[in-house]
Design a protein around this ligand. Sequence first.
Ligand code: BES
Ligand code: ZN
Ligand code: ZN
Length: 499
Amino acid sequence: MEISVQKGAIISQVCDLLVLHAFVGEKELEGELKLVDEALAGKLSKYMKEDSFKAKAGSSFHLRTQGEITPKHILVLGLGKKENFDIEAIRQASAVSLNMAGGIKAKTIVSTIHGNGVGELNVADCAQAMVEGARLAGYRFETYRKPSKTDVQVKKFDLFVTNAKDARLAEKGIDSGNLFAKGTLFARDLVNTPAQDMYPEKLVEAAKEIAKGKGTIRVRVYDREALKRMGAGGILGVAQGSDHPPYMVHMIYKPKKATKKRVALVGKAVTFDSGGLSLKPAEYMMTMKVDMGGSAAVLGAFSVIDEVAPACEVHGIFAAVENMPSGKAMRPGDVLTAMNKKTIEVLNTDAEGRLTLADTLCFAVKQKPQAIIDLATLTGACVVALGEEYTGVMSNNDVLTQKILEAAETAGEKMWRLPLEKNYRKLLKSQVADMQNIGSRWGGALTAGLFLEEFVNKTPWAHLDIAGPAYAERDIDAYTKKGATGHGVRTLLTYLKNV
Ligand code: BES
Ligand code: ZN
Ligand code: ZN
């Protein structure tokens, strides 16, 4: 799908579908809506009234133009009340136009820029959101099947502007939107790929492929022998049961202009989580290819980092492993020694993410970043606490937390802070080692967060438990369909842009 800016007269746009919008409570038709209505001799307003179209959020009104103006179809999207309108509503609206286009077999769309001039929204931000919504809604994962015959793909999606200044800003927004969507879709593809084809080595390849030909990115890979020398007992312990060897991947992005600012992005990269000897029930295992979703978010961000060009140095780090049961697998009761020499009693081999992250976080701390952000599909408990759409944020630093929550809000990814309650640390006390890898039955997301905190020393750090939103078990909204979501990528990119 090609996305560009269109100027000229709204009624002579050459397209299958012209998308306009309306807000609740507007007495008179305004702007483009008015021009189109006039060109259609008042039919648009007449039919909208007859159908009692009130422009409620999520509602829409469709009309065939029967050759009276060049666009074949008109779609008016209801955007709700102006005061409730935000950037996420723009993504959704744009996604809706793309979804509706399929139904009327439209291949070309011209759309007004929703939200332009509302509150503090500027054309560039609105255009970016529109591109994200459209591209994410247009995503299909068809590596393992024939494309559906009834699925009409939109070829051209144009954003309509009325003046040269808006055109320039819209172009800028389109560029950002393209990059943010590209990064997100990159992550979706990685997660959607079945674990038979997405094993640790493949994540290493993905990292190398991203860095190829880009002067700003370097990649270092540590294999099993190197991990042994580093004392990465957590990673090695989890990988023990699998026929796929483990790797730690360290990507480094250095901006063209030298800087002292440094951020580390850490991702959980369990390419399949069977639970290990503490085997998962069949029901819970079905979607466990998602367990590398944290690393997919990091790789997604890195896939476009050169072009987004944040001003800080960024380190992307993950330990790619597969968690399998076998005669070589680690057992409940085994004791592992992490990179910082802390010993861990493994009471449940299904709490494996924190074992791999323990070492990975130690490694991240050694890079001396001013902030570490980890993303991990870490606990079912987080999904119980916040539901399927929210990421749980746990952090030892209020400023960092605030920045991440703000970035998430802008990016349209739902995140909510959870406490790192120090009174719960006692739940991780072990009889035989420095700590154990599971807490009690309750507050599982928090004890997992507290476990990770043991490995970051005093470095400002935020842990994003993305177990719920990394994978949609059902359609969530206009651009988040069943399957991998690429959750986290847009928050990371927004955060990095602001550092
Ligand atoms: N990968 C799972 C967490 C998960 C659950 C991710 C649902 C995505 C969706 C993790 O490794 C795990 O199994 N956690 C256990 C921890 C428990 C054994 C303390 C869990 O949440 O049940
Ligand atoms: Zn697990
Ligand atoms: Zn896991």
